[in-house]
Design a protein around this ligand. Sequence first.
Ligand SMILES: Nc1ncnc2c1ncn2[C@@H]1O[C@H](COP(=O)(O)OP(=O)(O)O)[C@@H](O)[C@H]1O
Ligand SMILES: [Mg+2]
Length: 86
Amino acid sequence: MRTARDSDRLAVEVADTGPGIPPAVRPRIFEPFFTTKPVGEGTGLGLDISYRIVVRKHHGDIRVDSVPGATVFRVLLPLTVEPVTT
Ligand SMILES: Nc1ncnc2c1ncn2[C@@H]1O[C@H](COP(=O)(O)OP(=O)(O)O)[C@@H](O)[C@H]1O
Ligand SMILES: [Mg+2]
């Protein structure tokens, strides 16, 4: 994991050396209940929840770069203070 400041945003990168995300699967990974894991193993909720928290609630962004052996998720969060909404 790596953290950095990207002008007015905080960047948190999480990388792994797993099989990667095939291009055909990539457009669907943030869908709720989408999983490529066997029945009973995946919930398909991890990235849906992450997207809702980071992008919808905090107006950040999640970028993905993936080839076999090198997957990087980059979470961007605004550092500028926004008015509090309830
Ligand atoms: N680091 C990763 N490497 C490869 N594929 C991934 C990775 N993270 C997510 N995926 C793909 O996105 C799908 C959805 O991920 P997620 O929402 O976390 O649900 P789950 O982990 O329960 O399957 C996974 O099933 C997998 O196909
Ligand atoms: Mg997951």
